[in-house]
Design a protein around this ligand. Sequence first.
Ligand SMILES: Cc1ncc(COP(=O)(O)O)c(C=O)c1O
Length: 405
Amino acid sequence: MLTRRPPPFPRRRDEAIAAVVEQLKNGDWTRLEGAPELERELETFHGPGITGTKPTVFYLSSGTAALMAILLGHGIGPGDEVITTPYTWGATVSAVLAIGAIPVFADVDPISGLMRPETVEPLITPRTRGILCVHLFGHPCAAAELRRIADRRGILLFEDGSQAHGARLDGLRVGAFGHASAFSCMGLKLLAGTEGGYAVFHDPAAAERAMLYGRHPRGLPPDRAAVLGEAGLLDALQLGWRPCTIGAVLVRHALPHLDAENAARRRNGGRLRAALAGLDAVALHQDLPGAEGCDHLLSLVVHPERCGRTRNDIAARMNAAGAGNFHYIPVPIHRLKRLDPHGYDGPRVFWHDQLLRAGADYRAAECPGAEWRCPREITLGFNWTEDDPEAMGQLAAAIRHAVAA
Ligand SMILES: Cc1ncc(COP(=O)(O)O)c(C=O)c1O
């Protein structure tokens, strides 16, 4: 039975609470120009992109808004195809749908759940404008390889880093590989605010185009605002991506601690992997070569055929032993009922029209890795942001017990 508990997460540090109280007293609860101090800090944190470009960061109302912003900023729109993964939190895909584009699904590795670059290239058509990859569960996907494919084929790479702030690949933080990337800062993420998210652009022109859709122009230099105003580009047709300044204060105070917390998660994840070594009924993701991820959510794959227990039985036994868990992605996105306009008889879904017009038919999509993983997945929250070898030993014992005959 697990007796150890992770430290509170997100951390409620005194200085962050004091800064929030100060902000509440000031009445500075929303700012039309966003959160400039945090944005500059995030630009420093992320550093230059893979081609040496300086990032421009916008802190916005959510990770979903940030995803829409990077796509719209790069001119992706109705009818364009974006290759993405069916094994992710749905917002990755709904952002593509929301801007009128067509998601096309590449497959994932069945153990890690990360996009497999070799399944991407055959899906590229003349309508493909970009690849949107996801660094899931704290682990960088093969973004460098995806960027090479994108460059070779003349399309864009976007990264969804909502579950992997600060994780690195080839020494660079995720977010450096794409032409632009999006991160969520909702309260359960590695970099947690209240609700919020941010977009990282490596092309200032794309950043400005995105801002015209959903950020108040007050943050613009006055001379640029005058030019855009003159051209009729500054108006009230806004998508309302303004962030909450209270959340921004929390993110600012969390940022200096992120690397240390990620390092502790990584060390604890390593201890758990070591303690589970040789247990063939359970598989855990190992970082790709060159990757330095961290376990954000800890997602196991169980092999019912090797232990004679069903996934649900194992999950219930882990729960009973104090290893709380959930089924994070029970159905791959391309198999969700509401994505399929054919034979659907529920309430109206706006994206059906665009999918039918584009001739998208996900019944034919083949993603065996994702389909294999979904019914075998057991996911745990993993907020062990301090070294705790004893807790990892207890967790491993709970998992071993759950799959034992
Ligand atoms: C992978 C991924 N993408 C996108 C999002 C959307 O972020 P938000 O909930 O802040 O809109 C989330 C989290 O919710 C996520 O986990």
